[in-house]
Design a binder for this molecule. Structure first.
Ligand SMILES: C[S@@+](CC[C@H](N)C(=O)[O-])C[C@H]1O[C@@H](n2cnc3c(N)ncnc32)[C@H](O)[C@@H]1O
Length: 293
């Protein structure tokens, strides 16, 4: 199939996501495209990449699919490292954005418009099946996880991050003490955009939550992973060090410190630095393997 083609397998994208992407302010910009490991988001993906390499004990020429790809920036990160990535989303708007992000980096990707609970792929097609920040939007993520399992090759790896905005952790504290007042002050007094300032605060207080978020816990996910047949499955907090919005120079300094911390942590614990203690960012990482035949 040709790189920029959209296969329409499931018309009728939920308006909520279409609208969500339609009004995102910087939706065109990929978060992981600078090739700079000292940017927080890129460093996080870099850590994930090293974890995937360790778990699969291969170098990264994977045939992978990202389900619920959004802007496609996670796939873009991996595509820049040689992965062959297929992007799936129900939103046409965002698939177009993803295409643009790939083109900006001189890359192409196959985009498929489909429901991630029912994709057009054959059984056992991919080495890696992944999604980031998608499962929490399903009341019951069994169906998307079962579909991920179905299209995974025996021995292949499934990865997903689950984001929870409503739980209290270190990131919540950083947001309350730093991001919320900082953005409010910036919008109100410096950019002189009082409406934006108010919208931002309302968003944090949960008044304009547009997207549904389930309230499943770690045990719920573990039992689903067992039910669908994954082996060697695991769930863990993803990234201990909170995100801090900083001017570029300070961000590099901050990420430099995180890198040093991760190196020391690795030496002391002998585990991958993503295998973290509870408290950091509001995400979990789920992974597991499809048993070999
Ligand atoms: C919160 S966004 C996360 C996007 C991206 N993975 C990221 O990390 O930025 C969730 C994405 O899943 C897509 N999505 C939600 N339900 C879906 C479904 N049933 N089938 C396909 N895509 C879906 C939405 O359109 C949206 O792009």
């Amino acid at each position: 199939m040709e790189g920029s083609e959209i296969k329409d397998n499931n018309p009728g994208a939920p308006e909520v996501f279409e609208e969500y992407w339609g009004k995102m302010e910087n939706h065109l910009r990929s978060r992981y495209s600078e090739g700079n490991i000292l940017r927080y988001n890129e460093y996080t993906m870099y850590l994930l990449n090293t974890l995937i390499e360790e778990l699969t004990s291969q170098n990264s020429a994977y045939h992978a699919v990202e389900l619920g790809c959004g802007r496609g920036d996670s796939s873009l990160f991996f595509a820049k490292r040689g992965w062959q990535t297929v992007l799936v989303d129900l939103s046409e708007v965002v698939l177009h954005i993803a295409k643009q992000n790939f083109i900006d980096q001189g890359l192409s990707c196959l985009r498929v418009k489909a429901d991630i609970r029912n994709t057009p792929f054959n059984e056992s097609e991919f080495d890696v099946v992944m999604n980031y920040g998608v499962l929490e939007h399903f009341k019951d993520p069994t169906d998307p996880l079962a579909e991920m399992f179905r299209i995974l090759k025996p021995g292949g790896m499934l990865f997903a991050t689950v984001v929870y905005t409503k739980r209290i952790n270190l990131q919540t504290l950083v947001d309350w003490l730093y991001h919320i007042p900082g953005t409010f002050i910036m919008n109100l007094f410096i950019k002189r955009r009082p409406k934006m300032a108010l919208k931002y605060i309302k968003g944090y207080l949960g008044f304009n939550d547009e997207l549904y978020e389930n309230e499943l816990n770690l045990e719920d996910y573990l039992s689903i992973m067992e039910k669908i047949g994954l082996s060697q499955f695991h769930i863990m907090p993803f990234v201990t060090i909170p995100y801090l919005r900083l001017p570029s120079y300070f961000e590099k300094l901050y990420v430099g410190l995180i890198r040093a911390y991760c190196r020391v942590k690795r030496r002391v614990t002998k585990r991958h630095p993503l295998c973290a203690v509870w408290g950091g960012r509001r995400q979990w990482l789920i992974y597991g393997r499809k048993p070999s035949l």
